[in-house]
Design a binder for this molecule. Structure first.
Ligand code: SAH
Length: 407
């Protein structure tokens, strides 16, 4: 098994002068260019020292990644062993218990923010879906899997280590049952509605739990403002569409370029119609490109009382920010035009490369071009079971704006 804090042959990496500053601020990443000497095996625990030999952190080494080491602990007395992982997982679970989200779909471990860099754990009712994204988590996979089952009392853990970022760590994709077995088709309850997902096929770990609280907000907005015609762009499996129907909308369009996602969106509408007392025929699934659809809807002279724009990551990194900015501006401009006076827009970006301030500017530019103004009623972010920490601002990725078009 992987590195241990008491190993006398523990390997060390020595940083270049001045490169200790971010670790002293408890930022958990060590970049390749900061290292003067030393190394380790894939995922091995190494001691990280300043250029003067001062202890900085215990970290998982990743020989192929630009992020050459990720800190497990800043406490020299702490051993990185099975108990360490059990403690960190318990701490993450305790936070979620205190937050008590209104759902049995919940993010239990959110990587760096929970002191477990490269580990994502989502709970979908009685099943865990886990991404091991970095060399350190890969090395400790069995220990982590057992600790997760012990802490939750569950028996089923599906591995979804098929994210592209594993390639940056030199790790091959892998998915399948790691513990337990059975059906990969699951049902969760979110707020007042039911949703389904296939843990083997769905995006990320199966579903977008980060938007849970924004879906509840959307149901409230639709109800409060009496929105009737709703357009849900990049709908995936229709979470915001069900929210709109729950809020009393009478015509809801889900637009996505994935036919299987739309088929599931339609199923979600039918699944919830009786208990939420809405007419399932109010839903229309449109299998098409959003940008082209927005243009067509404008040409047809349609308008909507509420619009959601929740596109995929247009800018995976800051290097893509320019092209992504134009793409965000374009869809927001079209949405502003399609919105009826007084209508509500929930617009999002999940690009790490686009900060909240830049996103606001892009949307402001879109409003200018569309010649409409609006009240910025609320800034939106991921649900609190996807926390960011003070020490790791990079963790912030999802940002959104709730805007009311000026009447
Ligand atoms: N709002 C969703 C999550 C959206 S994820 C939720 O709450 O669950 C982004 C979605 O955008 C994916 O379903 C993907 O299929 C879709 N997508 C990506 N590019 C697209 C395009 N150009 N046109 C339409 N849909 C697109």
């Amino acid at each position: 098994m992987g590195g241990r804090g008491d190993n006398p042959r523990m390997k060390t990496i020595r940083l270049r002068p001045g490169k200790e500053r971010s670790l002293l601020r408890r930022h958990p990443w060590v970049f390749q260019g900061s290292i003067a000497k030393g190394g380790g095996d894939v995922g091995e625990t190494v001691r990280v020292e300043s250029d003067e030999g001062r202890f900085l952190a215990w970290a998982a080494f990743s020989p192929q990644s630009q992020i050459r080491a990720r800190a497990w602990s800043f406490d020299e007395a702490e051993r990185i062993d099975a108990d360490f992982f059990a403690r960190r997982i318990q701490r993450a679970l305790d936070l979620r218990r205190r937050l008590a989200p209104d759902s049995d779909g919940i993010r239990l471990v959110h990587g760096e923010a929970d002191g477990l860099p490269g580990l994502i754990v989502d709970r979908y009712a009685g099943t865990l879906s886990v991404q091991f994204l970095a060399a350190g988590t890969e090395r400790w996979k069995d220990v982590i899997a057992d600790a997760l089952l012990a802490a939750t009392g569950l028996q089923r853990l599906y591995e979804r280590s098929d994210s592209g970022v594993r390639g940056l760590e030199g790790l091959a994709p892998r998915s399948g049952w790691l513990r337990g077995s059975g059906e990969t088709e699951l049902t969760i309850r979110e707020h007042g509605w039911q949703l389904t997902l296939d843990v083997a096929e769905g995006h990320k770990t199966g579903y977008y739990l980060d938007q849970r609280d924004n879906r509840a907000l959307f149901a409230d907005v639709v109800r409060q403002l009496g929105c009737k015609r709703v357009l849900n762009c990049y709908s995936y499996t229709g979470g915001f569409s069900v929210a709109a129907l729950a809020g009393g909308a009478s015509e809801v369009w889900s637009v996505d370029s994935s036919a299987p996602a739309l088929a599931r969106a339609q199923r979600h509408v039918e699944l919830n119609a009786a208990s939420l007392a809405f007419d399932p025929s109010a839903h229309r699934a449109v299998d098409a490109d959003v940008n082209a659809t927005l243009r067509n809807l404008l040409k047809e002279g349609r308008s909507f009382d509420a619009i959601v724009l929740d596109p995929p990551k247009f800018a995976p990194s800051a290097a893509h920010a320019d092209r992504a900015s134009r793409a965000y501006k374009d869809i927001n401009r079209l949405a502003f035009k399609l919105l009826a006076p007084g209508g509500a827009l929930l617009t999002f970006s999940c690009s790490g490369g686009i900060g909240a301030e830049l996103f606001h500017k892009i949307v402001a530019g879109a409003g200018m071009d569309a010649e409409v103004d609006g009240y910025l009623l609320k800034r939106l972010e991921a649900a609190p079971d996807h926390p960011t920490t003070v020490s790791f601002p990079e963790g912030e990725y999802l940002k959104g704006l709730y805007i009311l078009k000026t009447a």
